[in-house]
Design a protein around this ligand. Structure first.
Ligand code: NOJ
Length: 552
């Protein structure tokens, strides 16, 4: 891979920041965050080191699933501003070297979408935009995505006098990608947003998008043809487009979504490693993570994993065994009310570990150094907690905490009246956790995060390199090295609550040159290396990164 490719495949070394616009900054005093708020805080994000902003859905929507129920693909919801405000955000971000992508939710629309309203009345053009059946299909109650809150995946529509399919809630009817008119419309949607300046999309629910592909339909006889088609189209419209897919699939299926030579989705969220991290954190051992990393399929050179600690949904533990899931629940979500959909946790990470700074640093140090591109969820940089008073997944989508002023610096509206009320009290309330206070505190989590991001960016080997797990002879410790273009970065993480002494045998090809300490909880000295072995004493939950470059 040449040096030119480094800037070309920009997503491989990006720092992604996912934001729920309505919870970030309210500039017009209506209690709802808006696009202007994001624009105002671009320098904050740039200062943090973010290079890539992912906007959760901003489309007009009845919001029965937080905007993942789109009622119009060609606009932004009034409460966020206008298309003009979006273009302004993209322009200002671009000036600061930040690219913007948005959620593309095309597996389904809202039931309120005019396409569905026309379809259910039998409109000749729109009728086949959705997936219908005359009789209730035999499997209608199986395969729900929101167990406990969703009864089946087929519902009867009185106007159509037929059944329609919805993999998610009944108000989210699935689009029919077998229909060329639907595929054409999706192309238009993609083209529209790229034309407005977006650099790509986070594509929602990708496995479900292609699950209805009809084997007799030559356009999608292999369902992955449709993903190749989307990628081709988007790439023709914008050469450096990035498609980041949500595909929480089993390991034997996941690499199909990258495609041969990476010709489908360039990035996939790494759910397998994410869930192994939770198990490792709870057990105080690195083994689940080492095992998960070893089990990953190879990624094509253009492709990349997206690593995260906590996303905008429940922390799903669906890939763990029942017993493992219970172990994580017991430690991180002891109350039933903290759990969701029988598989996940509706909390943010800092509150799962009671704000233990050492455990937070361990988690995010891993996120920034493991093979892949790191994805922050807004507020993670200050250790934002969650608000259990809010329902469902809103608990983790609470307002950003900018200051200790009433309204958390998020809004000037009366905070008792805003739709998502700022969290004032308690260990994670804005009186104690906010960006303003952390800016003034050299040792704050915000300042730690900035340093972590800077180091990560200075060592692109971590995002690009060929990586290997190294034997550490201590089950609590994960050691891995990433090597690229003759240089290496090595990271060592201790999952246990006690010190760990390790000796790591460096691979032959990484022994030349000078290793330096680049990141850790304390300023480290150059590592002790003798006869190709690196010896190290790690603090409880400690972590240290080392780097070695040829030449300067
Ligand atoms: C996955 C999204 O992450 C989630 O928030 C949403 O509810 C579903 N897809 C349905 O769009």
């Amino acid at each position: 891979m040449s040096l030119e490719a480094v800037s070309d495949l920009w997503w491989k070394n990006a720092v992604i920041y996912c934001v729920d616009t309505q919870a970030f900054l309210d500039t017009d005093g209506d209690g709802i965050g808006d696009l202007d708020g994001l624009t105002q805080r671009i320098d904050y994000l740039g200062g943090l080191g973010v290079t890539f902003l992912w906007l959760m859905p901003i489309y007009p929507s009845p919001e029965r699933d937080y905007g993942y129920d789109v009622a119009d693909y060609y606009d932004v919801a009034d409460k966020y501003g206008s298309l003009g405000d979006l273009v302004e955000l993209v322009r200002v971000a671009r000036e600061r070297g930040i690219r913007v992508i948005a959620d593309l939710v095309i597996n389904h629309t809202s039931i309120d979408h005019p396409w569905f309203q026309k379809a259910r009345r039998g409109h000749p053009l729109f009728r086949d935009f959705y997936v219908w059946a005359d009789e209730k299909p035999p499997n209608a109650d199986a395969g729900v995505i929101f167990p406990g809150k969703q009864e089946g995946i087929w519902s009867y529509d009185r106007a159509a006098r037929r059944w329609y399919m919805h993999r998610f809630y009944p108000h989210q009817p699935d689009l029919n990608i077998n229909n060329p008119l639907v595929r054409n419309e999706i192309h238009k949607v993609i083209g529209f947003w790229l034309e407005l300046g977006l650099s790509g999309f986070r594509i929602d629910a990708v496995p479900f998008l292609i699950e209805q592909a009809d084997p007799d339909n030559p356009a999608v006889s292999d369902p992955h043809d449709y993903l190749r088609d989307i990628r081709d189209f988007a790439g023709r419209r914008r050469g450096d487009v990035l498609l980041l897919a949500e595909a929480n699939e089993p390991l034997d299926k996941i690499s199909n979504f990258f495609g041969e030579h990476g010709n489908q989705m360039q990035m996939l969220f790494n759910f397998v490693v994410n869930q192994a991290l939770y198990l490792g954190f709870v057990r105080g051992t690195a083994e689940p993570v080492a095992e998960a990393l070893r089990s990953l399929p190879d990624t094509p050179p253009e492709s990349q994993w997206a690593n995260f600690i906590k996303n905008h949904d429940e922390a799903s533990l669906d890939k763990l065994s029942d017993a493992e899931r219970q172990e994580v629940f017991a430690a991180f979500a002891p109350k039933e009310s903290m759990r969701l959909f029988e598989r996940g946790i509706r909390r943010r990470f800092p509150s799962m570990v009671d704000g233990d700074r050492r455990r937070m640093e361990l988690a995010y140090s891993l996120m920034f150094s493991l093979p892949g591109t790191p994805v922050l969820f807004y507020g993670e940089e200050i250790g934002l907690g969650d608000d259990q008073r809010l329902t469902d997944r809103e608990a983790v989508r609470l307002p950003m905490q900018w200051s200790s002023e009433p309204g958390a610096g998020f809004t000037t509206a009366d905070e008792s009246r805003v739709p998502r009320r700022p969290l004032r009290d308690g260990p994670f309330g804005y009186l104690r956790v906010n960006t303003e206070a952390q800016r003034h505190d050299r040792g704050s989590f915000l300042n730690w995060m900035e340093r972590a991001i800077r180091t990560r960016k200075e060592w692109p080997e971590l995002g690009w390199g060929e990586w290997r797990i190294l034997g550490a002879r201590n089950p609590a410790v994960l050691a891995h090295v990433a090597t690229w273009d003759g240089s290496s970065a090595l990271a060592v993480h201790n999952f246990a609550d006690e010190p760990a002494r390790v000796t790591i045998r460096l691979p032959e090809d990484t022994r030349e040159g000078r290793w330096q300490h680049i990141f850790g909880p304390t300023d480290g000295d150059a590592p002790a290396i003798e006869k190709g072995r690196l010896s190290l004493e790690l603090e409880p939950y400690g972590y240290h990164w080392f780097g070695r470059r040829e030449g300067v």
